[in-house]
Design a protein around this ligand. Structure first.
Ligand SMILES: C[S@@+](CC[C@H](N)C(=O)[O-])C[C@H]1O[C@@H](n2cnc3c(N)ncnc32)[C@H](O)[C@@H]1O
Length: 207
């Protein structure tokens, strides 16, 4: 009898055979997502010593871990997630839902007016599997990251934001282009081919 494999079993198989998962474990990173940022950074030279960086949707912490190494010495990484995240050296963590005003206030308070060099968002909603529900939720998170970026970025600052191709993508791209002179689309090798996920890198913010 041929047994039908469930989607969670397929996910487990894929996860444990994934070369990025294995590499992350070997190299001591908190998850495969780190390679997406590392690959974008290698190409676009995003992070440098001394920078102040905000990492939205930071848990379990791969991007924050990587950013903390890259901005040292003298830099600052402020990470935020609705989920708890075990502490990381060189990373300040705020736990809360970024769609809530009070959480945004906490983030503002921790900056206390300090300008930010890079806002990055790898936030993704809990996927229901229904595109009509998931896509607007994902676009909303990207729009909130954009709104924060235009509020806190210093001139010349960059926004790196995860989006999903589909409804609202083109309109969001146009919004970014209105605020940033260069907007690049990145699909790092570590991002699964079948995922609609892409990253938009909006560069050189001008007030
Ligand atoms: C793909 S994971 C991020 C992985 C992370 N970049 C890393 O390297 O470990 C997406 C994260 O976004 C977070 N997230 C989703 N919606 C959020 C919200 N409204 N506020 C804060 N975090 C949110 C999720 O909890 C999840 O941890």
């Amino acid at each position: 009898m041929v047994r039908k494999r469930g989607s969670s079993q397929r996910w487990l198989d894929e996860h444990f055979n994934d070369p990025w998962v294995k590499q992350a474990r070997r190299e001591g990173w908190r998850g495969r997502a780190v390679y997406k940022l590392a690959q974008i950074d290698a190409r676009d030279r995003l992070l440098r010593p001394g920078m102040t960086v905000i990492d939205l949707g930071a848990a379990p912490g791969g991007w924050s871990q990587y950013a903390a190494e890259k901005v040292a010495p003298g830099g600052r990484v402020i990470a935020l997630d609705v989920l708890a995240m075990p502490p990381l050296k060189g990373v300040e963590f705020i736990q809360g839902d970024f769609t809530e005003q009070g959480v945004l206030e906490m983030l503002r308070a921790s900056l206390s007016g300090q300008p930010v060099d890079v806002v990055m968002s790898d936030m993704a909603p809990n996927m229901s599997g229904m595109r009509a529900v998931d896509q607007p939720r994902a676009m909303h998170l990207a729009e909130l990251a954009h709104a924060l970026a235009v509020e806190v970025l210093s001139p010349g600052g960059d926004l790196l934001v995860k989006v999903f191709q589909g409804e609202g993508f083109d309109a969001f791209l146009a919004e970014l282009r209105a605020d940033f002179p260069r907007v690049l689309t990145r699909k790092p090798e570590a991002s699964r081919d079948r995922s609609r996920e892409v990253y938009l890198l909006a560069r050189n913010y001008q007030l």
